[in-house]
Each structure stands twice: as C-alpha cells, then as structure tokens.
Design a protein around this ligand. Structure first.
Ligand code: PMP
Length: 357
C-alpha cells in the first residue's frame, strides 16, 4: 500500500504494481543473474524488451504500419527543436498557443530557423481555455498543438483537421489517458515521466512518409537515423523502456484505454464536482476544455494556499503545490492515481475547509 498519494505533475506516481514488479525483477532479469540495467542494449534479451514494448504500445493505441515508433532521449523539450529540424520543407509552421509548453515549443522552432505563425492563442485569458483555430493550413510544413496543458489544466477534445499538412501533438501529459485515433496525426511525442513511466525516455510516433534521408542534420537529431537503427543508433534509455513495457502491461490489465478513460473521467468529475461547490477552493478552468489529467485550483489567498499545502503534507497528500508560474495548487491525476487517491485529497480539502470555516 502507498504511504502517500503523490499528485506530482511529473515525474509522477506510477502504478504501484509496476514498482513492485520492477523491484522483484531488479536483481535478476528473467533469471539471468543480471539486472535489466546491466544488460547490453544489443543483447537478445533487451532487443526482445524493445520489440515487445513497441508491440504493446502499437496494440493499445492501434498504431498502423504507416507509423514508426521511436524511443528517444532528451525529453519532450528536445522534440521542440528536433521536429522543426526534421519536418522543414517550406520553412513555415503553424502553432496553436495554449500555454507555457506551447510557447516553449514555438520559441525553440524559431531558434532552429523555422518561421512560426501563431494561428490561435488563449493567452488573453491566462490560457484557461482552448481557442478556436482557422481552417486553412496551406503553406505550412506542419501544425503544432499541445494536446494537454500540464500547467494550465486544459485539453483539446477535438483536433484541427489539417488535411495533407501534418498535425503534430505534444501529448506528454495525456497520452494513454483515453483511446486515440493516431491516424489524425503526422507526429505524436511524449516524455515518459507521466503516463508512460519514468524520466529519460521520449516516445515519438511518426508517420513514415515524414521520415527523410537528410545529410545536414547531426545523426542524433535525425528521426530517420533512429528509425532505421530501431531506436538503437546509440545506447537507448534501457531502464525507462523496460518500465514503459511494465506500464503498458498494467494498462492492458486494467482493461485497456476505454476502461482507463472511464476511470479518468470519473476521477476528474469527482474533483471538479467538489471544487464547483466549494466555498474555499475554486478551479481555474471552467467548461468543456477542462483537463482530466491536471486540475489547478486556488483559494484566492496566497497565504491560505500555502497553509493548505502544508496541511496536505501532514495528511499524506504530496506535491499538490501549483507550478511556480501559475501558483495555487494543482492535482495531477494521471492513469496511476486511483479513485481512492482523489477521494483522499477531497477528504483533506473538506477537512481543511471545516477547520477554517
Ligand atoms: N510538454 C509538456 C506538455 C509537458 O508537460 C512537459 C513537462 N514534463 C514538457 C513538454 C517538457 O518535458 P521534458 O521535461 O520531458 O522535456
């Protein structure tokens, strides 16, 4: 049993069963007498782990053979640069600005020479909604969105229909939270340290027709190199890939993405219902764009926020402090947070309200 409920935005709580399984196997992987972190990435045992992990991801997300799956390093942040470098043809890309991570993605694209057009933005209201976007995407190499905004707590529930122009999505904070039609996207990327496991691994799902032979890029920054070398051009993040495999098994055991999505919606609804009636706590996002992964809230009084965060720490609720740019509180309730964890948070909020009321 867990001793605390951890609401961290990432690295985040991962399924307890995964931690237990990793612990059990840590000293001797598959009775080899060697730890998974000691074996070569070129060994047949590890190649099998990679192949199986890719197969499980393809199966859960119904990823067709038109797409490659890459296991990379450098975090989602490296993708902010790698994507424009690899997808550049005309040299112009469209970005929908829905928060801090979209801003960073766009800035990085500019640094590598991409002309960035911000075609829609919600910065007029502290990014507390998803803006409407124009429908003509001609003249762009790709259209970039951040599908879930980890800091601000908003999500795209519909995606731009970009036709022949590839749609690129940073899904770091909501991949695997619900079923997804991958075929709408040219490229999906996600840092693993939320719904996919631990830090050190970035998953890229890329339509094969976007892979190009190109000489000008350093090999480590070239998607095609990684694809042709089956994510083992250099030493991949072996332990993080192994953990991803365990997480994917866990998701399948939970009943797959439909069942996971149902539970995620129930969890978020429980917390939003509490926030919507609370006299002390207010959510910062209203309406249809509310995230079911990251839920920011405030009391409206910085000193009281601070007191509440301390109260949480004394009551087995960890990492509830909001991001330093946003303030207040934030509950990140990824796949691995069970309903009991959300209920425990609500009980602590209610107790604090009673204490102060
Ligand atoms: N994009 C989003 C949506 C994020 O939440 C984060 C933070 N984990 C990042 C990008 C940056 O990820 P990383 O730290 O893996 O570079």
């Amino acid at each position: 049993m867990r001793e605390v409920w951890n609401f961290s935005a990432g690295p985040a709580q991962i399924p307890y069963e995964v931690l237990q399984k990793a612990q059990e196997e840590f000293l001797s992987y598959d009775n080899s007498g060697m730890s998974i972190v000691e074996i070569s990435h070129r060994s047949s045992a590890f190649i099998k782990v990679m192949e199986e992990t890719e197969r499980k991801l393809r199966s859960l997300l119904h990823i067709s053979d038109d797409y490659g799956v890459l296991f990379l390093q450098g975090g989602a942040s490296l993708q902010f640069a790698m994507i424009p470098m690899n997808l550049k043809k005309i040299g112009k890309a469209a970005y929908i600005n829905t928060g801090n991570w979209s801003v960073k993605a766009a800035e990085e694209a500019e640094r590598v020479g991409m002309q960035v057009d911000v075609i829609a933005s919600s910065d007029d209201k502290n990014f507390n909604y998803i803006p409407a976007w124009p429908t003509d995407f001609s003249g762009y190499d790709y259209v970039h969105i951040t599908s879930n905004n980890t800091l601000e707590g908003t999500t795209f529930y519909e995606f731009p229909q970009t036709g022949d122009v590839p749609l690129v999505a940073d899904m770091s904070s909501n991949i695997l939270s619900e079923p997804l039609d991958v075929s709408q996207f040219g490229l999906i990327y996600a840092g693993a340290q939320k719904n996919l496991g631990i830090a050190g691994l970035t998953v890229v799902i890329i339509k094969k027709d976007l892979l190009k032979h190109q000489n000008q890029l350093p090999k480590m920054l070239d998607f095609n190199q990684h694809y042709e070398k089956e994510s083992a051009y250099n030493t991949p993040p072996t332990f993080a890939i192994y953990i991803l495999g365990l997480v994917l098994d866990w998701v399948a055991e939970q009943g797959g993405l439909e069942r996971i999505a149902e539970r995620n919606r129930t969890k978020a609804q429980l917390l939003y219902d509490y926030l919507d009636q609370s006299e002390m706590f207010q959510p910062t996002v209203f309406g249809k764009d509310r995230s079911i992964m990251n839920i920011p809230f405030i009391t409206g009084d910085d000193a009281l926020d601070k007191e509440f965060i301390q109260y949480c720490e004394q009551h087995k609720i960890a990492t509830i402090k909001g991001h330093r740019l946003i303030g207040g509180m934030r509950a990140s309730i990824y796949n691995a947070m069970p309903i009991e964890g959300v209920q425990a948070l609500i009980d602590v909020m209610q107790a604090f309200e009673d204490l102060k009321g």
